[in-house]
Ligand binder design. Structure first.
Ligand code: PLP
Length: 397
């Protein structure tokens, strides 16, 4: 039976200690035990249902992680203080000195910088490829490779990763496929499609309110257990645990994610069609001419549309800047990085969230300096929004 992420969330029964319909918030760093032996057993991972210390597990974080893993169809989850914490903890848990990663060159700039600039400190090297070129992925794998890393819909190029095909390559080599599903929650369930580990920046669509940074890791019971192992778990030892107060607020927002994704997708599709008709160079995976359209259709849950992310090419960064300033002035949305917010956000990727990627690599991957990435908001009157964008375009002439 098809995995239904919104139903999986809906069916979760989580209550507070007084029958509260929202689970209680546990704002404790430590937990008491009645028997010393139970504490010792908990340290060794041998006591079920006991909490030890909130860097390891906190009940509020567990509520959120349980819902996320139900949504993703994985055995377990763990929540982190940022998306980068989820990504870096996962990679550092799997890779040791001398290991190698094959990664999509079109990835969030921070992820790119971590692999390109930071991991070499530990002699962990990365080969960046066009993730839609499966032969390039195969060719890049060496005996040292431990991970194939991609975003489901890549930032900022909006390429669509063929998750089942990448999973097959990973399985052939007995390595892990890690998928960052930040752009496409609900729309894609990477683990159901074959990915071994799913990571998120919950800062974006999942939380949807731009009031915090947060992240998540979903995977097998064994992998999450290894991450929080007291002796050598990366999450336990580096300590990027999410604050339980935040877990509690994100959990409530997660229950409206299915409706929000539908509206983001509906609005983005409307704007994409209008922008195309206006003769703009537009990239939106929902349009049939987008290179990843068929691939996305074959993998997605159609109930949630093609997502809220689109981009247009204004050809130069000067034009992109002027256009974004005009749009902010005329109430289209905000000139800001990040995405998945109820208001439309736009930024010039090459000069902002992909600025960590050197110019020549930006050029090679086809990232135009005039690319304006939109995270389309939840506007009720998207027709009016389009009229405002059109007005800004006219002011550019
Ligand atoms: N993954 C993607 C696709 C992103 O766009 C971002 C941030 O922009 C991140 C990860 C990092 O997330 P955070 O800012 O929550 O650390």
């Amino acid at each position: 039976m098809k995995h239904d992420p919104s139903r999986a969330i809906f069916e979760m029964k989580q209550f507070g200690e007084f029958g509260d319909v929202n689970p209680s918030i546990t704002d404790s760093a430590t937990y008491t035990f009645l028997q010393a032996k139970t504490m010792a057993d908990t340290f060794h991972g041998e006591a079920e249902g006991c909490f030890l210390y909130s860097r390891h597990w906190n009940p509020s974080n567990k509520y959120l992680a349980d819902v996320l893993s139900a949504m993703e169809g994985t055995e377990e989850g763990w929540v982190t203080a940022s998306g980068m914490a989820a990504i870096t903890s996962t990679i550092l848990q799997i890779c040791s000195a001398g290991d190698h990663i094959v990664a999509s060159v079109s990835s969030y700039g921070g992820t790119f910088a971590f692999m390109q600039n930071y991991l070499p400190k530990f002699n962990i090297k990365t080969t960046f490829v066009d993730i839609t070129d499966l032969d390039a992925v195969r060719k890049a794998i060496t005996p040292e490779t431990k991970i194939i890393y991609t975003e489901s819909m890549t930032n900022p190029m909006l390429q669509i990763a063929d998750i089942p095909a990448l999973a097959e390559i990973a399985n052939t080599h007995n390595i892990k496929l890690i998928v960052d599903n930040t752009f496409t929650p609900m729309i894609l369930q990477p683990a159901v499609l074959g990915a071994h580990i799913v990571v998120y920046s919950m800062t974006k669509f999942i939380n949807g309110k731009n009031d915090c940074v947060a992240g998540a890791i979903c995977g097998s019971h064994e992998f999450i257990g290894s991450l929080i192992d007291v002796n050598n778990g990366t999450a336990m030892l580096l300590g990027p645990a999410l604050d339980p107060m935040r877990s509690s607020s994100i959990l409530k927002n997660l229950h409206t994610l299915h409706i929000r994704m539908q509206q983001h997708s509906k609005n983005a599709m409307y704007l994409a069609i209008k922008m195309k008709e206006a003769g703009l160079t537009i990239s939106y995976p929902g349009l049939p001419e987008h290179k990843g359209h068929e691939s996305l259709k074959s993998q997605m849950n159609p109930d949630f549309g093609f997502g809220g992310m689109l981009s247009i090419d204004m050809l130069s960064s000067e034009k992109a800047s002027r256009f974004m300033e005009l749009m902010e002035m005329h109430d289209v949305g905000y000139l800001a990085v990040s995405l998945g917010y109820f208001k439309t956000l736009f930024s010039n990727s090459g000069k902002s969230t992909s600025s960590e990627v050197p110019d020549e690599i930006q050029h090679d991957m086809g990232l135009s300096e005039g690319l304006v990435r939109f995270s389309v908001g939840l506007d009720h009157d998207i027709e009016l929004t389009w009229k405002q964008i059109e007005h800004c375009l006219n002011l550019m002439d």
